[in-house]
Design a protein around this ligand. Structure first.
Ligand SMILES: NC(=O)c1ccc[n+]([C@@H]2O[C@H](COP(=O)([O-])OP(=O)(O)OC[C@H]3O[C@@H](n4cnc5c(N)ncnc54)[C@H](O)[C@@H]3O)[C@@H](O)[C@H]2O)c1
Length: 332
């Protein structure tokens, strides 16, 4: 899709394929080397990452090193997860109103994911496990600002902060103060706060109410899966990991789907929509729209994999989408 779209829009691309993943790890025991991290950081504008995870690596070392390694070492502090409902019948909700366009900004480098903590008296009845929730002012401020910048640039009306400030007073207090301070610099954009438990209910009740959502690593992980399912499921959900102005990595939200591997049943649309995010990120908005329109057209025409009710294989859907981009551009 990237090549097809670049061809019709005259975008110059230099694509390099990297062999990172379970196959390489099983072959030579390397997940990703320091030199490879350096090269990815210094020599490439963007990374388009496939899903990682293989049953023959039960500990998932390769996925953890590569995915979390890239997120932390490239300081990809924005995890942008747009959940856009392309057709009402894709939602499991009976009375969903379109449009639903939830654009989630999940903090991606702090919170409960930093690995601070430990276990003592392991394996005994008095075992203690501690996981520290790290929230720095710098970290909170930059993700909140990224959400407001996006809302301003894309003319969105409201930014909602999702937290648990009634129970987690220290971190919640920091997030709320920063949200107020930063938000005041964006007059015209409504500020809104929701406790994460209330948000889980409200997303099912009236997802159309929300626009841009900003939240911590853990809450973002959970809320974005819920939002993805409400807008068509994992097979459709793309994401971007960004250090704005410096590094960008795009990946589908889903994993490697080992239960359907090799059957041609995996929906390629989540990965394809990552291409739209990539193009959009580099200022090719029209090209990004072409990709999104092709996906919407495939759904409307029933050219889909079985998860969306169609009878197409993964590569048939891919070819259909690439043809669609080429023919739609020939007509316009
Ligand atoms: N970002 C990533 O690379 C990422 C994310 C999640 C899980 N994983 C890894 O993937 C492996 C499997 O994890 P899991 O089963 O929990 O999650 P998964 O997302 O791979 O699968 C969950 C369910 O969704 C289905 N599914 C996923 N993608 C689909 C697609 N494109 N089309 C149709 N159906 C799809 C699967 O068949 C499965 O039933 C594990 O090794 C896990 O660690 C990787």
């Amino acid at each position: 899709m990237l090549e097809a779209t670049a061809r019709v829009d005259g975008i110059e691309l230099h694509l390099v394929e990297w062999d990172l993943g379970a196959g390489r790890f099983l072959r030579d025991g390397v997940t990703i080397s320091d030199d490879e991290f350096r090269s990815l950081a210094e020599e490439y504008d963007a990374i388009l990452l496939g899903a990682l995870g293989h049953p023959s690596v039960p500990g998932n070392e390769h996925a953890r090193d590569i995915l979390l390694g890239l997120r932390f070492r490239l300081d990809l502090y924005v995890n942008f997860r747009p959940c856009v409902l392309l057709a009402p019948e894709l939602s499991p909700l009976k009375r969903v109103k379109v449009p639903v366009r939830l654009e989630i900004f999940r903090e991606n480098t702090e919170g409960l994911y930093v690995g601070m903590g430990g276990v003592s008296r392991k394996g005994t009845p008095s075992e203690v496990a501690i996981e520290e929730d790290i929230n720095t002012r710098v970290g909170v401020e930059r993700i909140v600002r990224a959400a407001f910048e996006f809302a301003r640039d894309r003319k969105r009306g409201r930014v909602t902060l999702v937290d648990k400030a009634n129970a987690l007073r220290n971190s919640g207090g920091l997030w709320r103060r920063v949200f107020e301070e930063v938000g005041q610099g964006y007059p015209g954009i409504q500020r809104d706060t929701m406790y994460v438990d209330a948000m889980a209910m409200d997303l099912v009740r009236r997802p159309e109410r929300y626009e841009v959502v900003v939240t911590s690593n853990m809450f973002g992980d959970i809320i974005s899966d819920l939002a993805a399912e409400l807008t068509g499921g994992l097979g459709l959900a793309p994401s971007a990991n960004l250090n704005p102005g410096r590094h960008a990595m795009f990946e589908p939200v889903h994993g490697s789907a080992p239960d359907i591997a090799g059957q041609g049943r995996a929906n390629p649309m989540g990965a394809v929509r990552c291409v739209a995010l990539l193009l959009d990120h580099f200022g090719h908005q029209k090209s990004a729209e072409r990709v999104e329109q092709a996906v919407a057209a495939a759904i409307a025409a029933g050219k889909t994999t079985p998860d969306l009710g169609g009878g197409f294989t993964t590569s048939e859907v891919g070819s259909w989408l690439a043809d669609r981009v080429a023919t739609a551009s020939a007509k316009s």
